[in-house]
Ligand binder design. Structure first.
Ligand SMILES: NC(=O)c1ccc[n+]([C@@H]2O[C@H](COP(=O)([O-])OP(=O)(O)OC[C@H]3O[C@@H](n4cnc5c(N)ncnc54)[C@H](OP(=O)(O)O)[C@@H]3O)[C@@H](O)[C@H]2O)c1
Length: 233
């Protein structure tokens, strides 16, 4: 398989460094790198992976407009105006919005949806909470992933989680849990990421997939849905 070439925005950061390492291992050429100091462009990329904070979105979107490259947007904490910009860009190129790139997150979300649908029928109905932990370097709270889990619970259970709790402490990378409390018992679905390679592997899968996708806005789940041959839910 001929690997597409990648442009990496945020190449000097924590996530960018992990993605660069996985690109090197898997033979995906990184032909453009961007940091807050500027852009080093050796060739036009097929896909831009934006592994920086939302502040770099203008740079990434500009590169995609210039070159026609697809975009994999890894930043979390996007603001409503960012989503307007991304939707506009997706009229011209494929855009994968991936605030959580990990396979474990895709699986966790599927489990949460299934539990919510069934647990909501219990009498009395259970109580659900979401908690997340990141190191103190995490810029915002709650994490986008915690919000996604709480939204999935509400959509599939028909009632809201009672708490979404954030803790800023400990070692990289992140933990997210949905906890469901029934009468006399509880159940937790816990995703623990210890190494940014989990996200970097997902970024490469998304980059390959994006170069074959039609223009439009695609969630990261579409990449794993396709990979595992399941229908999008
Ligand atoms: N989707 C996922 O699974 C996942 C996983 C982990 C992190 N993230 C998200 O990824 C983002 C980055 O996290 P991180 O921990 O890697 O951050 P980080 O270590 O602070 O790195 C940020 C990177 O962005 C660069 N940058 C800053 N402003 C820029 C600009 N205007 N144009 C181009 N590049 C710019 C920085 O360059 P300098 O070195 O020059 O400052 C650096 O390379 C965050 O939003 C985080 O939440 C997502």
């Amino acid at each position: 398989m001929v690997e597409p070439s990648a442009g990496l925005v945020g190449s000097s950061g924590r996530l960018g460094t992990a993605i660069r390492a996985v690109c090197a291992e898997r033979g995906m050429p990184v032909v453009l790198e961007a940091t807050s100091s500027g852009i080093v462009r050796r060739a036009d990329p097929d896909v831009v992976i934006c592994a920086a904070h939302r502040e770099a979105l203008d740079t990434a979107a500009g590169l995609c407009r210039d070159t026609g490259a697809a975009l994999v947007l890894c930043a979390s904490g996007l603001l409503p105006e960012d989503l307007v910009q991304v939707r506009e860009l997706s009229r011209a190129v494929p855009v994968v919005v991936a605030p959580n790139l990990a396979l474990g997150h895709w699986l966790q979300l599927r489990v949460v949806r299934s539990i919510a649908e069934l647990a909501a029928k219990a009498a009395p109905p259970p109580q659900a909470t979401v908690d997340e932990r990141h190191p103190v370097t995490k810029a915002h709270r709650p994490s986008t992933t915690a919000e996604v889990l709480a939204e999935a619970w509400q959509e599939h259970a028909g009632f809201a989680a009672t708490e979404v709790v954030s803790l800023r402490t400990g070692l990289p990378v992140s933990e997210h849990a949905l906890r469901v409390t029934f009468a006399g018992e509880s159940l937790a679905v816990h995703h623990d990421v210890r190494d940014l390679r989990a996200a970097a592997n997902g970024a490469l899968l998304a980059a390959r997939w994006a170069t074959t996708a039609p223009s439009g806005l695609h969630p990261m789940s579409a990449v794993y849905d396709h990979m595992f041959g399941v229908d999008e839910r």
